[in-house]
Ligand binder design. Structure first.
Ligand code: NAP
Length: 309
């Protein structure tokens, strides 16, 4: 596998690029200049020819990990985000297919409306948000193409990184700040660590898989359960941590659209295709707790939730 990763400055694209290493992958960024060695790519202006002009090589795959992926932004600005997430994405996909390279499109569990759980890979898309509709439009466009393509559909992607939009890293911040947290008991997803996501995508690509694959965690959990798993893992190491996780409903949070409640994914198809070891969230939370709270010196002097929880 030799890949061009579009959106390599992002959370998932960055993990894929790191896992493949410079021998097997090159990548792009848009606004983020913190990560060095990435070529600038603007989906609204640039096409595949611009990419290959600056990044030469014999690519087996182009991984499309870029886009305007905040559901609130998509709901607020459907036209502008649609230009990035649908119009320019389809244009780029066509150019990649024409070049006889296999595109890997990263999609989302939001292509489903959340009215039931454990959505199968081949279940018909039924989005109820603008973000989900944009992703579903690209999935459906690909489904009508005869040349090989791979759609990897992700659920909640997590890690302990504190400077990105991973929910576990954000909760680590909250615990350090002594902030109580509020999490929905009725938002159910299939969280998977970003490294396991990257490994699974690479394994699917290397084994020549095409079509739609759900790549998600082995268990369906509510956001509230996940939040409590992390807090319990931290308290097991630092009992004086005194933060509270308050239960709520997803419907209590004011979003522009009704978010889907249960977007957990069935991963039977991917499990039969590749044997990537997927860590359960209990293990991931223990590892994250150990990383941030395991060293007594690291915790010394920090306010660990006393008083304000
Ligand atoms: N993270 C999750 O939990 C999750 C769950 C389900 C599906 N997914 C899907 O997985 C993919 C990657 O998600 P992520 O969390 O890694 O997203 P991310 O961290 O927001 O990264 C997005 C990437 O897209 C680039 N980008 C944004 N606007 C662009 C534009 N106009 N032109 C070119 N590049 C642009 C960003 O570049 P700069 O950073 O340089 O601006 C960044 O590299 C997305 O397709 C998302 O829908 C993610």
């Amino acid at each position: 596998m030799r890949a061009l990763v579009v959106g390599a400055s992002g959370f998932v694209g960055g993990a894929i690029l790191s896992r493949l290493g410079p021998e097997r992958a090159v990548g792009t960024r848009y606004n983020n200049s913190a990560r060095h060695g990435l070529a600038r790519f603007d989906a609204a202006r640039n096409g595949f020819a611009d990419l290959t002009r600056v990044m030469r090589g014999d690519f087996s795959h182009v991984i499309l990990a870029h886009g305007a992926i905040n559901p609130e932004l998509c709901a607020e600005c459907p036209v502008e985000t649609g230009k990035i997430n649908v119009e320019s994405m389809i244009r780029l996909l066509q150019e990649i297919l024409d070049a006889r390279i296999t595109p890997i499109f990263l999609s989302t569990d939001y292509v489903f409306d959340g009215t039931r759980g454990l959505w199968e890979d081949d279940a018909a898309q039924c989005p109820n948000t603008e973000y989900g509709r944009q992703k579903a439009a690209v999935e459906q466009w690909l489904q009508a193409r005869s040349r090989p393509w791979l759609v990897v559909r992700l659920s909640k992607v997590v890690s302990g990184e504190r400077n990105t939009h991973s929910v576990l890293g954000q909760w680590v911040d909250d615990v350090f700040a002594g902030k109580s947290m509020q999490s929905a008991t009725d938002q159910i997803f299939s969280p998977l660590h970003v490294h396991d996501v990257a490994e699974s995508i690479i394994n699917l690509a290397e084994s020549g898989r095409t079509g739609i694959y759900n790549v998600a965690g082995p268990e369906a959990l509510s956001r509230y359960e996940l939040n409590n798993l992390l807090v319990a893992s931290i308290k097991a190491l630092v009992p004086q941590v005194n933060v509270v996780v308050k239960p709520c409903s997803l419907r209590d949070i004011r979003f522009r659209e009704h978010r889907p409640l249960n977007t957990s994914l069935s991963i039977k198809k991917a499990a039969a295709a590749i044997n990537t070891k997927l860590r359960p969230m209990a293990q991931v939370c223990s590892e994250i707790a150990e990383e941030h709270f395991g060293t007594p010196n690291y915790c010394a002097g920090r306010q660990l939730g006393g008083g304000r929880g």
